[in-house]
Design a protein around this ligand. Structure first.
Ligand SMILES: [Zn+2]
Length: 435
C-alpha cells in the first residue's frame, strides 16, 4: 500500500514538474508578451525617412519579416497574413547610431535603447569586451548592437586607458589589445590643455601601423588641428572628436578625403564641459527626465560645482572654442566628408546617455546642418564609420529591422526625434522601462 501511494505521489510530482517545464518552454527563453511580434508585420501609411539622405517617402509601407526589412515604399503589396499596423501621421526612422559613446555597465543598455539608439560604438573603457559579449547574449530587444575599442592607447594612465611611451611599447600594447578583437583601436593625442605629456607622433604612428598591419581600424581622440593632421598622415581611419582650436583648412580636408576618414563632432561633449556652470534648461525636459540618472543630475545641480565650473580653465576654453567646432562641422559636411554622430555620452560627468544623442543632433543643426543631414549622420553616416552599413543605418530591403516610430516629423524640427512612440531592434519591440 505504502509503496503504491509513494508511486502515486511520484507520478503527481512528475506531472507537475512536466507542466512547469512545458509552460517555461512555451514562454520561450527570450520572449516577452510586450515584445513578441508576428513573423510578418506591415506598417501602413507612415512617413518613412530611410536614413540614406533621400527625401522622406510619404504614405509609405514598411514590411518586416523575421527581423529584417522585406520591403519599403509607396506601392508595397502587403503580404498575406501580415499583422497590419496603421501608422498614419507617424514618422519612421532607422534606429539611431552613436559613433562615439561610452557604455560602462549593462544597466545602461536599456537607457540607450528606449531613447532609440540601437547601435553604439563605445570608444574606450576597461569593461568593453565583457559588455560587448553581454550585449550579444542579452535577450532580444534588451541590448543595443555594441561595438567597442577596449583600452585606449594613451600617453599616461587614466581610467580606461593604457600608457604607451615608445613605439615598441605601443606595438606590444596593440598586440595585446587585439587578442580581444576590438572594433576599433583607439589612440588619444591630447595634452589636456598643457596638464599632461602628449603622445608623440612616432608612438601614434606605431599604434596605427600595428593595428592596420593586423587588419584593425583606428580611431583618434584629438583636440588640435595639427594633431588631427598628424594622425591622418599616420593613416588613422576615424577622427572621433571635433577639431577645436582653429578653423580646419584645405590641407585637413584633403587629408580626410585621401584617407576616406570619418568625422565625429561630439559637440555635446564640449557642452557638458561648460554647461553645468548653471542648471541647463534641458533638466526640465520630460524626455530628459524619463531616463536621466537622478544622482548624476544632483551632482550637476550642486551650486559648489557650478560655481567652480564658472571659473574652470578647461570649461572656459571649451566654451570659447565651441563655435569653432561648430563652424568646422559645417565646413567638413559641405566638403562631402561623412559625418558620424557621436556624443561621448557616458564618458564623463553630466554626459547623459541617450538624451545627449538627441541633443547632439540639435547642435548639428545649430551648426548649420539640415535636419536631414543630422539624421543621416546618426544613421547611414555613423553606419559607414562603423563599417556596418550592410546590416544597419538605413531602412532598405534586407537590412535589420532596427527602427523608431515617432509621432512628429524630425525634418520639421530635429528635436522631434524625441517624440518616440516605440523602438524596434531586429523586429523586436524594446520593452518599456521597469518602474
Ligand atoms: Zn570618448
Amino acid at each position: 500500500m505504502k509503496s503504491t501511494r509513494n508511486n502515486q505521489m511520484l507520478g503527481l510530482a512528475t506531472a507537475i514538474l512536466l507542466l512547469i517545464t512545458l509552460n517555461t518552454l512555451a514562454a520561450g527563453p527570450n520572449k516577452d508578451s510586450d515584445s513578441s511580434t508576428a513573423a510578418v508585420q506591415a506598417w501602413v501609411g507612415a512617413r518613412i525617412i530611410d536614413g540614406s539622405g533621400k527625401p522622406a517617402i510619404e504614405n509609405a509601407t514598411l514590411v518586416i519579416r523575421n527581423g529584417r526589412v522585406e520591403a519599403v515604399g509607396e506601392r508595397v503589396k502587403i503580404p498575406a497574413g501580415a499583422e497590419q499596423i496603421d501608422a498614419t501621421g507617424k514618422t519612421i526612422i532607422p534606429g539611431l547610431i552613436s559613433a562615439h559613446s561610452h557604455v560602462n555597465d549593462a544597466a545602461q543598455f536599456g537607457v540607450y535603447l528606449r531613447d532609440g539608439i540601437t547601435t553604439i560604438l563605445s570608444l574606450g573603457g576597461d569593461k568593453e569586451f565583457v559588455l560587448r559579449e553581454q550585449s550579444q547574449k542579452a535577450p532580444a530587444g534588451t541590448a543595443p548592437r555594441l561595438y567597442v575599442a577596449g583600452l585606449i592607447q594613451d600617453s599616461s594612465v587614466i581610467p580606461g586607458a593604457v600608457a604607451v611611451k615608445t613605439p615598441e611599447e605601443a606595438r606590444k600594447s596593440v598586440d595585446e589589445l587585439i587578442r580581444n578583437k576590438p572594433d576599433f583601436v583607439k589612440v588619444r593625442v591630447d595634452d589636456f590643455l598643457g596638464a599632461r605629456q602628449k603622445m608623440s607622433p612616432d608612438v601614434y604612428q606605431a599604434v596605427i601601423d600595428e593595428a592596420h598591419h593586423n587588419g584593425f581600424r583606428t580611431a583618434a581622440h584629438i583636440v588640435l588641428l595639427e594633431d588631427a593632421k598628424g594622425v591622418l598622415r599616420a593613416g588613422v581611419d576615424y577622427i572621433a572628436h571635433s577639431v577645436r582650436d582653429r578653423e580646419v583648412d584645405d590641407e585637413f580636408i584633403g587629408l580626410m578625403k585621401k584617407r576616406h576618414a570619418f568625422y565625429s563632432p561630439t559637440l555635446t561633449r564640449e557642452l557638458a564641459v561648460f554647461t553645468y556652470s548653471e542648471t541647463p534648461s534641458f533638466f526640465q525636459d520630460p524626455f530628459f527626465l524619463k531616463e536621466a540618472d537622478p544622482t548624476e543630475m544632483a551632482k550637476m545641480e550642486d551650486p559648489k560645482r557650478q560655481d567652480a565650473m564658472r571659473n574652470d580653465k578647461g570649461a572656459l576654453w571649451y566654451k570659447e572654442h565651441m563655435p569653432i567646432a561648430m563652424r568646422n562641422l559645417k565646413r567638413i559636411s559641405d566638403a562631402g566628408i561623412v559625418v558620424a554622430a557621436g556624443t561621448d555620452s557616458g564618458g564623463g560627468p553630466g554626459r547623459f546617455q541617450g538624451y545627449f544623442e538627441h541633443l547632439e543632433l540639435e547642435y548639428e543643426t545649430k551648426a548649420g546642418l539640415t535636419p536631414m543631414q543630422a539624421l543621416v549622420s546618426a544613421t547611414s553616416g555613423a553606419a559607414k564609420a562603423l563599417n556596418v552599413s550592410k546590416e544597419v543605418g538605413t531602412l532598405e530591403k534586407g537590412k535589420l529591422a532596427d527602427f523608431v516610430v515617432l509621432s512628429a516629423n524630425p525634418l520639421d524640427d530635429i528635436r522631434n526625434t524625441r517624440t518616440i512612440e516605440s523602438v524596434w531592434i531586429g523586429g523586436v519591440r524594446v520593452p518599456a522601462k521597469k518602474q
